[in-house]
Design a protein. Structure first.
Length: 206
């Protein structure tokens, strides 16, 4: 599997380029900012990006979505509960953090818990993990999980924002903790970790 991490934007969000070494099909996870750098990395990777998948719609994860989409025309996929706030509520919330980006296009595909994204010979299951946002999702497969702002290395997502819920977040984290210990976690911010490491040592999960 090809996997590249780009740290983008003023909030240092992680954007991931993921692809099949065999077929060169790829997907882009959370294009938060720095569209030019993302597009260059895609070109350098040699991947044909089939999907732009969004873990949640906050602007630090979607700020470059419009520009990237208009250059590669890949299918935008996210949970249905994120589509409406992406067009309005999250734009207003972004301004409180000093973030302002063009309103992104509507998604092409709504994802639900249990759906599967196929990227060449790679398969990633969709896990609905509300709590940080109503429609937060993670992508699990090939020994890794992309957790957005649900789970971080020694941290968890914020639950004091509009649409967030501590109880839902704890339930979602419980779902993630059922994954195998060796599963590599690629979060929305910060360094990678593993499910086993977080289960044993994350102070907010103990």
């Amino acid at each position: 599997m090809i996997l590249e991490t780009l740290v983008v934007g003023p909030l240092a969000s992680n954007c991931y380029i993921v692809g099949s070494e065999k077929t060169k099909a790829g997907m882009l996870v959370d294009p938060g900012d720095d569209a030019e750098a993302i597009l260059k990395a895609i070109t350098d990777s040699g991947l044909d990006i089939k999907f732009i998948v969004i873990t949640h719609g906050h602007l630090d994860h979607t700020g470059a979505l419009k520009e990237v989409y208009e250059n590669i025309w890949a299918e935008i996929a996210m949970h249905g509960d994120e589509a409406e706030p992406l067009q309005g509520e999250y734009q207003s919330l972004g301004l409180t953090f000093g973030l302002a980006y063009p309103t992104p296009p509507a998604p092409d595909r709504f994802l639900e818990d249990g759906d599967v994204i196929e990227v060449g010979d790679l398969k990633f299951s969709v896990l609905h993990t509300p709590g940080h946002t109503r429609g937060g999702i993670c992508f699990y497969g090939e020994g890794v999980v992309f957790t957005g702002d649900t789970l971080f290395n020694y941290g968890i997502g914020r639950y004091d924002l509009p649409g967030s819920s501590y109880d839902q977040l704890m339930e979602s984290l419980g779902k993630l903790m059922k994954l195998p210990d060796k599963t590599i976690v690629y979060p929305g911010h910060g360094p990678q970790t593993t499910i086993g490491t977080e289960r044993r040592t994350n102070p907010l999960l103990r």
